[in-house]
Design a protein around this ligand. Structure first.
Ligand code: PLP
Length: 447
């Protein structure tokens, strides 16, 4: 058996280059993080070799005594990390990632074409919460379920709960989804619970982005109000790439959530395996997740999550001082959403220039945007660079580096041959790009 660099130098070299990129750049994508060496060791272990369809003690394959021990330990740690009473809450740690976890909940507790309401994608929601445009149903969720998004109040950048309530009263959803991919504020869970109760809907929170913050109790706790909570495990939680589903053990709206989520909802004739959406669990991921969830109970993890929030506030403050408009005026969590439109530039051009200067973040729509391909904003997150040891002063310096990138983007936009994004991208990529020296100088300082 050969080491990777002997067995496959080509892949080994790509991994080396990607590692180099990750370590040299300012990693500011709000959904990314650097997991620990211990987690990676578990993920890269023999656990990947084993089939274990079913649940601990009830498997469709033999040889699972150690996998049973691992999955049970992972479940116990998941409940402990989120301060949950095992008599009231259960968890499934097998979802392969965040989108499958969400879809597994929908197929478990809803019937095909039941109605759901999640935050609209252009307003910060996630595709898996259902996306429709006037012309087509964009996400799988809106093909298999009827989705009516709720939105932000564009004047405040906050969820428009009044609009949610009015729409829910007319639309009568079976499921309301809290949670987002680009929302810098906490959700008002008590208010959403009230709305869900008034129309007889389940309330689910997708805490993918903020699960690390929830575990450390530095943001509001969705478990106090929701029936089901889903999450990815690789964002602020700092685990391996995966997902989890937490569910209340007492029946909700007449549904035994535990049995529906773990075994499939009997009225859909889906019995046995985990909602039929996936077969064998990824045991290497469950191993990595168990390691992550042990760490998530430590004082060091709480300190880290507090720093994530302090860093984000420092970044928001410095961006504000530099004249940037932040959606909702600031942040309660790990991300800020910058509306670049008042600066005369968009997120796509700025993302491109910053990428060339080794600053990695993503373009993002902001309320009022017309185009998803050339949206008006950028999303900036603090978890990854906090893991790398950044404190407030480094995040203030980061705001200044981003500002320099925005200035270069503005200058490049004014010099490009035409108004289209393609003209800009071609201009930036050309060997005669006149701002190359400025860009290289910025990149050097970043690295
Ligand atoms: N839910 C939310 C809120 C997300 O932001 C994301 C991904 O960014 C997901 C779900 C999907 O997770 P995955 O990419 O693991 O499918």
């Amino acid at each position: 058996d050969h080491a990777l660099n002997d067995a496959d130098p080509e892949v080994h070299d790509i991994i080396r280059k990607e590692k180099d990129r990750q370590f040299k750049s300012l990693e500011l994508i709000a959904s990314e993080n650097f997991t620990s060496r211990a987690v990676m060791e578990a993920v890269g272990s023999c656990l990947t070799n084993k089939y274990s369809e079913g649940l601990p003690g009830k498997r469709y394959y033999g040889g699972n005594e150690h996998i049973d021990e691992l999955e049970t330990l992972c479940q116990q740690r998941a409940l402990a990390a989120f301060h949950l009473d095992g008599n009231k809450w259960g968890v499934n740690v097998q979802p392969l990632s965040g989108s499958p976890a969400n879809f597994e909940v929908y197929t478990a507790i809803l019937k095909p074409h039941d109605r759901i309401m999640g935050l609209d994608l252009p307003h910060g929601g996630h595709l898996s919460h259902g996306l429709m445009t006037p012309k087509r149903r964009v996400s799988g969720t809106s093909i298999y379920f009827e989705s009516m998004p709720y939105r932000l109040d564009e004047s405040t950048g906050l969820v428009d709960y009044d609009m949610l309530e009015k729409t829910a009263t007319l639309f009568r959803p079976k499921l309301i989804i809290a949670g987002a991919s680009a929302y810098p504020r906490d959700f008002d869970y008590p208010h959403m619970r009230k709305i869900a109760d008034s129309v007889g809907a389940f309330l689910m929170m997708d805490m993918a982005h903020i699960s690390g913050l929830v575990a450390a109790s530095v943001v509001g706790d969705p478990f106090d109000y929701c029936d089901v909570v889903t999450t990815t495990t690789h964002k602020s939680l700092r685990g391996p790439r995966g997902g989890m589903i937490f569910f209340r053990k007492d029946p909700v709206l007449g549904v035994d959530l535990e049995s529906a989520i773990n075994n499939g909802f009997p009225s859909h004739s889906l019995t046995g395996l985990f909602c039929f959406l996936q077969g064998g669990p990824h045991n290497h991921t469950i191993g990595g997740l168990a390691v992550c969830l042990k760490h998530a109970q430590s004082p060091a993890f709480k300190t880290y999550q507090k720093q994530v929030i302090s860093n984000c506030r420092a970044l928001a403050k410095r961006l504000g001082e530099l004249g940037y408009r932040l959606v909702s005026g600031g942040s309660d969590n790990h991300l800020v959403l910058v509306d670049l439109r008042p600066m005369g530039i968009d997120g796509a051009r700025v993302e491109k220039i910053l990428d060339l200067a080794s600053i990695t973040l993503n373009k993002n729509s902001v309320p009022g945007d017309k185009s998803a391909l050339v949206p008006g904003g950028i999303r900036i997150g603090s978890p990854a660079m906090t893991t790398r040891g950044f404190k407030q002063s480094e995040f203030m310096a980061t705001a200044e580096l981003i500002h320099e990138g925005v200035q270069i983007s503005l200058e490049a936009k004014s010099l490009a041959s035409g108004p289209k994004l393609q003209d800009f991208l071609k201009f930036v990529a050309s060997p005669e790009f006149p701002l190359q020296d400025k860009l290289s100088e910025l990149k050097k300082r970043v690295e």
